[in-house]
Write a protein that binds this ligand. Structure first.
Ligand SMILES: NC(=O)c1ccc[n+]([C@@H]2O[C@H](COP(=O)([O-])OP(=O)(O)OC[C@H]3O[C@@H](n4cnc5c(N)ncnc54)[C@H](OP(=O)(O)O)[C@@H]3O)[C@@H](O)[C@H]2O)c1
Length: 131
């Protein structure tokens, strides 16, 4: 079995995304910069699986240091995870991906950032208890 985890950052009310990007994209305050740096540090060398829009937002340099795999809704979550036996796999979103993979995630790493603006993608606490 793979070691299946998830790492995400949310705003004060569970904001996850806006217009295909992080709602706080471009915010250079230290806690926002540190969060992005931490994500790339902790996922380095591991597998990142995510939906097409999230994968498209991963910069080219980051693809060299980790295995980035686009997953689609016709794929069976158990079969996707089984491809990575012995590896640490981060389920990277978006929301419909977390809903479908929640029952397989053993470790959630959630950072709550001081953002209270708009969003069109939201965190659902039901994911934490298996979806
Ligand atoms: N704050 C954070 O930590 C964080 C992390 C990740 C993403 N985000 C944000 O979230 C947004 C992107 O998410 P998104 O939902 O718009 O698009 P997405 O990343 O493309 O994820 C959703 C898509 O994943 C595909 N998918 C793959 N496996 C699936 C499954 N088993 N069940 C259902 N769908 C599955 C579906 O596309 P098909 O039906 O076409 O296959 C679905 O439309 C962006 O704003 C991004 O910045 C935020």
């Amino acid at each position: 079995m793979a070691d299946v985890r998830s790492m995400c950052a949310i705003g004060l009310r569970g904001q996850l995304g806006l217009n295909g990007w992080l709602p706080w994209e471009g915010d250079r305050r230290p806690e926002f910069v540190a969060d992005v740096e931490r994500f790339f540090e902790l996922t380095r060398g591991h597998v990142l699986i995510a939906g097409p829009r999230t994968v498209a937002s991963v910069p080219d340099w980051a693809r060299e240091e980790r295995t980035v795999v686009e997953i689609r809704s016709h794929m069976v979550p158990e079969e996707v995870i089984a491809r990575f036996k012995g590896r640490r796999v981060f389920v990277g979103g978006g929301p419909s991906v977390w809903a479908a993979y929640a029952h397989l995630i053993q470790v959630w790493d959630i950072t709550r950032l001081p953002y209270d603006g708009p969003a069109d993608r939201w965190f659902d606490p039901a994911w934490l208890v298996g979806g």
